[in-house]
Design a protein around this ligand. Structure first.
Ligand SMILES: Nc1ncnc2c1ncn2[C@@H]1O[C@H](COP(=O)(O)OP(=O)(O)OP(=O)(O)O)[C@@H](O)[C@H]1O
Length: 268
């Protein structure tokens, strides 16, 4: 089932001045699929993700079409965006500290989110928060609810951010450089977690990164961005095996020997 269909997305300054920052971007995301968006800094990856949440910075506007679950997002009212955001489409950011409040216990943050979005009572919200922390494989979830973000490692913080993103059961998750701020050994665990979640829940994931290697074990399809445009798109295995665009080859050359398909033990 096609969850999201982006058609000729264009993002430009509302003044109309200057070149578009994103132009003619089209791709789809199926349920349960991981679609990689890769490209150098400034290539338009984050703006594309933000447009799917109706969160473009002031002064920028989007045109084209973003059909999610059969509904056009770009013409939504502010109230409709509020329902879409978090509930249907969620985002995980590079720096988990930026999505966690430093002065609030993790339990308060999770239960506040659940009470606000799902209308749960305190006890129900607490039980659900524990389930969510277990789902992202955090040990001793009950104890964690009483802790503050600064008491957790980077990898644990990112798992909590993912738990918050999952709280309302979104159909689409935008993961914008979710592993960039983490140590290499922690990255693998977060990627395995996202892979597991999409398999279990059927959630589609747009995985944004500047690092093609990051996508080798998780992406089903790839879109290579450059200067606000997609220069190459295709099944991940064929892009890794047989890149067509010179820029994709440059990105691949920077990847230390990506074998494709990956050996089974790396998937598990
Ligand atoms: N609020 C803004 N006003 C004007 N230009 C902007 C604004 N935000 C981003 N841009 C420009 O839009 C282009 C695309 O930015 P975007 O953040 O989407 O790139 P990116 O590929 O995500 O880069 P990075 O990997 O560094 O996050 C860049 O040239 C950036 O300078």
């Amino acid at each position: 089932m096609t969850l999201l269909s982006i058609d000729r997305l264009r993002i430009q300054r509302s003044s109309g001045l200057g070149d578009p920052l994103v132009s003619d971007v089209s791709f789809t995301v199926e349920a349960g699929e991981v679609v990689g968006v890769v490209g150098e800094s400034g290539s338009g990856k984050t703006l594309t993700g933000l447009s799917l949440l109706g969160l473009l910075p002031d002064g920028l506007s989007a045109s084209g079409s973003l059909v999610f679950n059969g509904r056009e997002l770009l013409t939504q009212s502010r109230r409709e965006w509020e329902r879409t955001r978090g509930r249907e489409i969620a985002m995980v950011l590079q720096d988990p500290s930026s999505s966690l409040h430093p002065m609030l216990k993790l339990g308060e943050q999770l239960t506040d989110h659940l009470r606000l979005h799902l209308g749960l009572r305190k006890a129900q919200a607490e039980a659900r928060a524990i389930e969510l922390l277990e789902r992202v494989h955090l040990r001793e979830p009950k104890r964690l609810l009483g802790q503050y973000a600064h008491q957790l490692s980077g990898g644990m913080k990112q798992r909590v951010s993912i738990a918050i993103a999952l709280a309302c059961g979104p159909k689409l998750l935008i993961a914008d450089e979710p592993t960039t701020a983490l140590d290499a050994n922690i990255r693998t665990g977060i990627i395995a977690l996202l892979d597991e979640l999409r398999r279990e829940s059927g959630m589609g994931i747009i995985f944004v990164t500047h690092d093609l290697a990051m996508l080798s074990s998780i992406a089903d399809r790839l879109n290579v961005f450059r200067n606000g445009e997609i220069v190459e798109a295709g099944q991940a295995d064929s892009v890794f095996r047989n890149p067509q665009h010179p820029y994709t080859r440059v990105l691949l050359d920077a990847v230390p020997q990506v074998p494709w398909p990956l050996p089974k033990e790396i998937h598990s």
